[in-house]
Design a protein around this ligand. Structure first.
Ligand SMILES: Nc1ncnc2c1ncn2[C@@H]1O[C@H](COP(=O)(O)OP(=O)(O)OP(=O)(O)O)[C@@H](O)[C@H]1O
Ligand SMILES: O=C(CO)[C@H](O)[C@H](O)COP(=O)(O)O
Length: 400
């Protein structure tokens, strides 16, 4: 990666952001930094430009829907563990591995927790988020330029001092709004939406917010209800743009199930996306219903059922792979993997190996872990194809 550091002057566009006064915690006043003027003001900004081939992946979901778990599976596919930036803000939301940087879009909240309460808006409301800055910074990183990204501190609810983010090979922007702003959406090389049904989302939030954050059941219920109008208005509609959707629903294998532990998971894959060939079961484009349990695979109640079929989703042609139920033993997954095609694995059993490597992650025994792992492999394949195509284009250009 050819890196050159240049001093650049650029009139920053009309970007402004709110932050709390870093000194007066009591007043919790928010200060509006001077709006960067459109005039030809000159800023000395250290910009690291690199001949960087950064691909950008967008992952959208509501809070508590498994984004962090998915990111751990994805970054593992590329090798290396993603860690918070060393020596930086201990409350940074960013994760960095040697190939991938994961940015949490909460960092583009334009209002802190107090500011949102004063303005009467939730964090899901576009009015509480700075899409101009999000667009400018994702565009800069995609073109190989480092940025000073703001930090939203989930511990204090304040907007902390920015952190320097270098352009990575793979940039993942995850959070509430990766596909909300058309400008940002157009920067994405691949996009995923985690569509968790209300029943399942509630069960996961209870498990986490009560067990790990000490919240009461009532406050969790109130929080989900309070966010629902904005979720329906601003978050859920993004799924129409996603190249892949992972739908998580209650099982259909247990009549009147009210435990919510056994899940039906659907991987909805858009057809015709460049460098992305949907996974299929047995025969591409056919309609298959398959119960793998029997002589070759032992299953306890309620067992496992796969479906595969062509479908349409928001007027797009898609292929849907569905798994209802859960594995008793993860090493049995190899039997299922051997009947799936277009997995973009580099060797036989790589999906099973990845799942076994993270057997302690939530969802490792059902379709959520399986499909998150498969999508991670598809993203690796997309990255390698994109890099190869850009190398070819550069070679052609050099010949011309
Ligand atoms: N596939 C799964 N099966 C069961 N529980 C899950 C699954 N994925 C995530 N969870 C649980 O849901 C909760 C939220 O998971 P996670 O932190 O990955 O979500 P998130 O979207 O990153 O949350 P937030 O946006 O609040 O940081 C955790 O308690 C986690 O254990
Ligand atoms: O929807 C969310 C995304 O994670 C959070 O609720 C939002 O970012 C506000 O965070 P906090 O509740 O910590 O102030």
């Amino acid at each position: 990666m050819a890196v050159s550091t240049i001093y650049s002057t650029q009139a920053l566009n009309s970007t402004h952001f709110l932050t709390s006064s870093p000194s007066s915690s009591s007043s919790k006043q928010v200060f509006l930094y001077r709006r960067q003027s459109q005039t030809n003001r000159r800023f000395n900004t250290i910009i690291t430009c690199a001949a960087q081939q950064t691909i950008v992946i967008g992952l959208a979901a509501d809070s508590g829907c498994g984004k962090s778990t998915f990111m751990r599976r994805l970054t593992s596919v590329f090798g290396g563990a993603a860690e918070p930036p060393r020596g930086g803000n201990p409350d940074s939301n960013t994760l960095i591995s040697d190939t991938t940087t994961v940015i949490c879009l909460d960092d583009y909240h334009s209002l802190d927790r107090t500011g949102r309460k004063e303005k009467g808006v939730t964090a899901l409301d576009p009015r509480a988020n700075d899409f101009d800055l999000m667009y400018e910074q994702v565009k800069a990183l995609k073109s190989g330029v480092a940025v000073e990204k703001p930090i939203y501190n989930h511990v204090t609810g304040l907007l902390d001092a920015p952190e320097l983010i270098q352009p990575p090979k793979i940039l993942v922007i995850e959070g509430l709004h990766p596909m909300f702003d058309e400008r940002v959406r157009d920067l994405l090389d691949f996009s995923i939406y985690l569509d968790i049904s209300n029943e399942v989302k509630f069960a996961w939030k209870i498990q986490r917010d009560m067990a790990e954050r000490g919240h009461s059941l009532e406050s969790i219920k109130a929080s989900i209800e309070a966010r629902k109008p904005d979720f329906d208005a601003f978050i859920d509609p993004q799924k129409q743009y996603a190249d892949a959707v992972i739908e998580v629903l209650p099982t259909q294998l247990i009549p009147d199930d009210n435990e919510g532990k056994v899940l039906r998971v659907r991987l909805i894959m858009k057809e015709g996306v460049k460098y992305f060939s949907p996974v299929y079961l047995f025969d591409e484009g056919s309609t298959i219903s398959w119960i793998p349990c029997g002589r070759k695979l032992t299953c306890s109640y309620p067992g496992i059922k796969f479906n595969y079929e062509p479908d349409s989703y928001f007027d797009h042609e898609v292929s849907v792979l569905e798994m209802d139920g859960q594995f008793d033993r993860l090493d049995e997954l190899i039997y299922v993997e051997s009947h799936l095609s277009n997995l973009s694995t580099k060797f036989y059993g790589e999906v099973t190996q990845q799942m076994l490597k993270h057997a302690d992650f939530p969802g490792s025994n059902n379709g959520t872990g399986l499909f998150q792992t498969i999508v991670g492999l598809k993203i690796r394949d997309l990255y390698e194809q994109l890099i190869a195509s850009k190398a070819t284009a550069r070679a052609e250009a050099a010949k011309a």
